[in-house]
Structures are given as structure tokens and as C-alpha cells.
Design a protein around this ligand. Structure first.
Ligand SMILES: [Zn+2]
Length: 198
């Protein structure tokens, strides 16, 4: 049977891991064998939301952390009998994940991928853009904006002052819509200008 690739993407708090675990549960009910992967880094602790979500599920399921988000390491960990390969936090994996996933589809695997589409500065995150291009199916999910509580959020806005693309921890972020994000960023700019002219 031919394989396929499905990508679930969106900002933080949008329910990506929840949707991924729902699809994993469906596969287990269908008696499929599922391998679940997430990246682990010695320098930081990731949230491992997916571990908590699949802990209750029954069936042929293996969940594994992949050191340094290395796609090459992921290949060596895949159980050859796995029908479904699920990858959470895919934005943290190395770019060769794209080739790995393509090969898995040719090998007849069903690949489920969840990850952030944008970083906190509105840039495409890691290999997520390329994964969306090669996917058979892409699903974008959205949180509700935490500022206006009306519009769909589009970005994980960083609350802490740290810079760098990767700062782990849900408490460091909130989900904002375009309008509220612009409003906050404009406020920041004004403060900077005031400071410079003072
Ligand atoms: Zn808003």
C-alpha cells in the first residue's frame, strides 16, 4: 500500500499535539502499529506534550525521543514493522527530515507530522515549510487570540525578553491574532523611539 504524509501545523496552543494524538488513537483502533518521535536536546527540556497525550492509549505504540532532533538518528529508531510514523515538534528536527519523510512515504508508511509553522518573529520555522510542500494533506489549526479573545491567532508571541529562535517553555508565549500582534509590536516601537529621543 502506498504511504502518505499529513502535516498539522499552527501556532502554540492551537491544538496540534491534540490533533496528532487523535489521529494516533484512530490508527491504534484500526490495529496499526505506530511509532511516535519527538526531539530531545541535552541543553534544554522540551515540553513533551505528546508523551502525556498518548500515555493513556492502548495498542501497538512506541514513543521515542530523538537526540538533537537528528533525522538520521530517527531513521535508525524506526521499527520496520511500523505502519504509522508520527513526528511531533517537527520544526526542531534537522532539514534532512524532508528526505526521510519522502522515503517513508515510498516505503508505504503513513507519516503524521505536527509542528509550528512560524517562529516568534513570523519566519517559517525549520523544515516545516518544505514538509508542507511535500505533504499530501496539510491542516492548519488555530488558537483563539488571548488579547481580543475573538480572532484566530496566527503567531506564538514571546512574552519574555530573550532573543534567539528557540526559547522553550509554554509560559514564555501567548497566541495573538495579526491585529493584536501589530498593536503590541507598534507599542514596543513607540517605547523604543521615546527612549531614543529622551
Ligand atoms: Zn486579537
Amino acid at each position: 500500500m502506498a504511504g502518505n504524509i499529513k502535516v498539522i501545523t499552527g501556532e502554540m496552543f492551537s491544538g496540534k499535539s491534540k490533533e496528532l494524538s487523535r489521529l494516533i488513537e484512530r490508527a491504534l483502533i484500526a490495529d496499526l502499529t505506530v511509532d511516535v518521535f519527538y526531539p530531545v536536546f541535552s541543553s534544554r527540556d522540551s515540553s513533551r506534550d505528546i508523551e502525556r497525550r498518548v500515555a493513556e492509549l492502548r495498542g501497538s505504540l512506541t514513543i521515542m525521543g530523538v537526540p538533537d532532533g537528528s533525522a538520521r538518528a530517527l531513521i535508525t529508531l524506526i521499527n520496520p514493522g511500523a505502519d504509522v510514523v508520527a513526528i511531533d515538534e517537527a520544526q526542531f528536527f534537522t532539514h534532512d527530515l524532508v528526505d526521510v519523510v519522502k522515503k517513508l512515504r515510498h516505503d508505504g508508511k503513513r507519516v503524521l507530522i505536527a509542528g509550528l509553522d512560524l517562529d516568534y518573529q513570523e519566519n517559517p520555522f525549520g523544515c516545516m515549510g518544505a514538509l508542507m510542500c511535500i505533504a499530501d494533506d496539510v491542516m492548519k489549526v488555530h488558537a483563539v487570540c488571548t488579547a481580543c479573545k475573538k480572532s484566530d491567532a496566527f503567531i506564538s508571541y514571546r512574552l519574555s525578553a530573550e532573543s534567539g529562535q528557540v526559547v522553550i517553555g509554554e509560559s514564555n508565549y501567548t497566541a495573538l491574532c495579526v491585529e493584536c500582534y501589530d498593536h503590541v509590536m507598534m507599542g514596543k516601537q513607540e517605547r523604543t523611539t521615546d527612549y531614543q529621543t529622551a
